[in-house]
Design a protein around this ligand. Structure first.
Ligand code: FES
Length: 71
């Protein structure tokens, strides 16, 4: 893992719950490859914004990792 990847991993995805990108990457690597599974594992989407801010970012991350919905 290079420095850029470390910095990237520290970026917050879910601001309400303060869940960083590396947490999502860890769960994706463990086989949680749907929005629902990632939300359940991290608590993302259950903050005051109701997932309005983080849902598009989670979907983009899944897409980037090859688990997009194709939508
Ligand atoms: S940013 Fe994730 S629930 Fe608000």
């Amino acid at each position: 893992m290079d420095q850029q990847e470390i910095i990237e991993g520290l970026k917050p995805v879910c601001l309400c719950k303060n869940v960083k990108k590396r947490v999502f990457l860890k769960y994706i690597a463990e086989g949680k490859t749907t929005l629902e599974e990632l939300r359940a594992a991290t608590g993302a989407g259950s903050g005051p914004c109701g997932g309005k801010r983080c849902t598009p970012k989670i979907l983009a991350l899944l897409e980037e990792k090859g688990f997009g919905t194709g939508a």
